[in-house]
Write a protein that binds this ligand. Structure first.
Ligand code: ZN
Length: 321
């Protein structure tokens, strides 16, 4: 199957009225400017630029690990104002996620990465694509037999088509972002085909000054072994533990290579899977990593100016922004 066709379930053109509406909005904004009217005063409170308290100090990069229950969603806010979203939780938290993204000033997402097509990672992504402006979307290439036929995945492909986006296939070893002083490299998947959809997870390493962040999706031991054998730089100040802290991820050899100062586990309160596994928590403790958990502490935020990361837990039920 040719590249690009793989994800193109149905491609619909943007309806003509969308273009007309956009022109009208641009024209109205121009007239208001001509009349000396401040466009922002016409917006409802909170709909304009984020409040000063929500704006990162200059030179500061922030990473939000959202409390989205037994699911994953992380937002990188670059010091130059761009935003990168990794996963979007389930459909049950999608409205809340969109609200939080807006309150953080992420009306435009410069890059969205769907680590793998499981509902706890892409369930809220169609809603995000519809509500916000997305510039680019990256996904793993799954083998024909592994490609899901779930409604959630089909809805995401529909939304991608409706927004006129083309999926960029994740290629291990490639840099998919360089800007704002930050670089984002794809470290996995490294094989064409896996028995478990989790191992297709796009793994990303974000480097900013002396600090780095590893985002692992639900990658398990198989993928971890491949990343080790490829010889990638894996060390990271903050590790988002694979597969919600399951014992099938964050293996000892992988942890030895990552050597995280902080570990974040994204999982739901009293979840049915028993995540995080005690084995994983013990390994992290022995490695000297300080563990942060969304099920116990709500959304977790990491701040860095490139020379040391500060971690903050916002608390349960507290929205970011
Ligand atoms: Zn998951």
């Amino acid at each position: 199957m040719p590249k690009g066709k793989r994800y193109a379930k149905r491609t619909r053109r943007r309806p003509a009225w969308v273009g007309v509406l956009a022109l009208l909005v641009v024209a109205a904004a121009g007239i208001l400017r001509y009349l000396g009217v401040d466009w922002n005063t016409l917006l409802p409170a909170g709909a304009g630029a984020p409040a000063a308290s929500q704006t990162a100090p200059e030179g500061t990069l922030q990473v939000y690990y959202f409390d989205v229950g037994q699911a994953d969603s992380e937002l990188i806010c670059l010091p130059t104002g761009e935003h990168i979203l990794i996963d979007a939780g389930t459909s049950s938290t999608q409205e809340e996620l969109v609200r939080q993204l807006r309150s953080l000033g992420a009306e435009t997402l410069d890059l969205v990465v769907a680590t793998h097509p499981h509902a706890d990672h892409i369930g809220g992504m169609a809603a995000v694509l519809e509500a916000l402006t997305v510039e680019q979307i990256v996904m793993p290439v799954t083998s024909d037999s592994s490609t899901p036929t779930t409604q959630t995945y089909e809805a995401l492909l529909d939304a991608i088509g409706e927004e006129g986006l083309t999926v960029t296939p994740a290629q291990a070893g490639e840099e998919i972002w360089n800007g704002g002083g930050a670089s984002l490299q794809v470290l996995a998947p490294n094989a064409q085909s896996y028995g478990d959809l989790n191992d297709y997870s796009v793994v990303l390493r974000l480097a900013y000054g002396a600090d780095s962040f590893l985002f692992t999706g639900d990658a398990e031991e198989t993928s971890e072994e491949e990343m080790l054998s490829r010889g990638y730089t894996l060390n990271a100040t903050v590790l988002k533990c694979g597969h919600h802290g399951s014992e099938t991820s964050t293996s000892q050899p992988f942890l030895d290579a990552v050597r995280p100062q902080y570990a974040v586990i994204s999982c739901g309160v009293d979840n049915d899977y028993g995540h995080p596994d005690q084995v994983t928590l013990d390994r992290l403790e022995a490695a000297g990593a300080e563990v942060f958990r969304t099920d116990l502490q709500g959304t977790i935020v990491a701040f860095t100016e490139g020379s040391g990361v500060t971690m903050t837990a916002l608390g349960k039920g507290v929205e970011a922004g």
